[in-house]
Ligand binder design. Structure first.
Ligand code: HEM
Length: 186
C-alpha cells in the first residue's frame, strides 16, 4: 500500500497514544525506517504488521485498531491534501458513498500503483442502503465500519451500521440505516 496509509497509522497512534507508543509499535512491527513516504509503495505486510503491533501494544483487538484507523482516515485525508477531491464527491452521505470508486479512480491518477477496494451502493428504502464492498485484500472490513462512522459524522448523519456477511473476508455488505429519533428521546 502507499505510504500514506502507514503514515496515517503513525498519525493516529501518535495523536491518541503518544510518541513512545509509536516507537514501540514500530519496533515490534520490525520497521526500522525513519519515516514512511506518502507516495512510495510498501508491501501490504508492513501495514498488517503495524496493525498487529498496535493491537498488542494498546490492548485493543486488531479489528478495533482497524476500525479506529478507518474513522481517522476520513479526517486524515482531508488534512493530507485531499480536501477538494473529497468535497467534489458529494454533499450528502449517500451521494458520497455512490462515488467511492470515482474517488479512488481520481486518487489513482497520482498513485498509479493504487489497488483500492471497490464499492457499490444499493438503495433499499428511504434512509436505508446496502454498501457492497469488494477487495483484493482480506481482513479489512472493520476498517470499512470505521470509515462509514467517520463519514456519517462528517455529513452529520446519525446512522446504524451493520456488517452483514463475509466479515474478515475480502467481500462484505454493510447495511446503513438512518436513525430517526423522536423529539425528547435523547
Ligand atoms: C481522498 C481520500 C482518499 C484517499 C487519498 C485514498 C487512498 C487510498 C489508498 C492509498 C489506499 C491503499 C491502497 C493502495 O495503496 O494500493 C486506499 C485503500 C482503501 N480505501 Fe481509500 N482513499 C481515500 C478515501 C477513502 C474513503 C472515503 C473510503 C471509504 C469507504 C475509502 C476506502 C478504502 C478502503 C476500504 C481501502 C482498503 C483497500 C482494500 O480494502 O483492499 N477510501 N485508499
Amino acid at each position: 500500500m502507499y505510504g500514506l496509509v502507514n503514515k496515517a497509522i503513525e498519525g493516529l497512534v501518535r495523536q491518541q497514544f503518544g510518541d513512545s507508543a509509536w516507537a514501540r509499535i514500530k519496533e515490534q512491527a520490525g520497521w526500522t525506517g525513519a519515516h514512511f513516504v506518502s507516495m512510495d509503495t510498501y508491501d501490504d505486510e508492513i501495514t498488517y504488521r503495524l496493525v498487529d503491533a498496535a493491537s498488542a501494544e494498546l490492548g485493543l483487538s486488531p479489528e478495533q485498531v482497524l476500525e479506529a484507523f478507518g474513522d481517522y482516515w476520513t479526517t486524515y485525508t482531508m488534512e493530507a491534501g485531499y480536501r477538494d477531491t473529497l468535497r467534489m464527491m458529494g454533499d450528502t452521505l449517500p451521494e458520497f458513498l455512490g462515488n467511492l470508486d470515482v474517488l479512488h479512480m481520481r486518487v489513482g491518477t497520482s498513485m498509479p500503483g493504487l489497488i483500492p477496494a471497490s464499492f457499490a451502493l444499493e438503495d433499499v428504502d428511504d434512509g436505508e442502503w446496502l454498501l457492497h464492498y469488494t477487495s483484493e485484500r482480506v481482513g479489512l472490513t472493520p476498517m470499512v465500519i470505521g470509515l462509514l462512522r467517520g463519514l456519517a459524522r462528517r455529513f452529520e448523519e446519525d446512522v446504524e451500521l451493520e456488517a452483514l456477511e463475509g466479515r474478515g473476508e475480502a467481500t462484505a455488505t454493510f447495511r446503513i440505516r438512518r436513525v430517526v429519533r423522536s423529539a425528547g428521546n435523547d
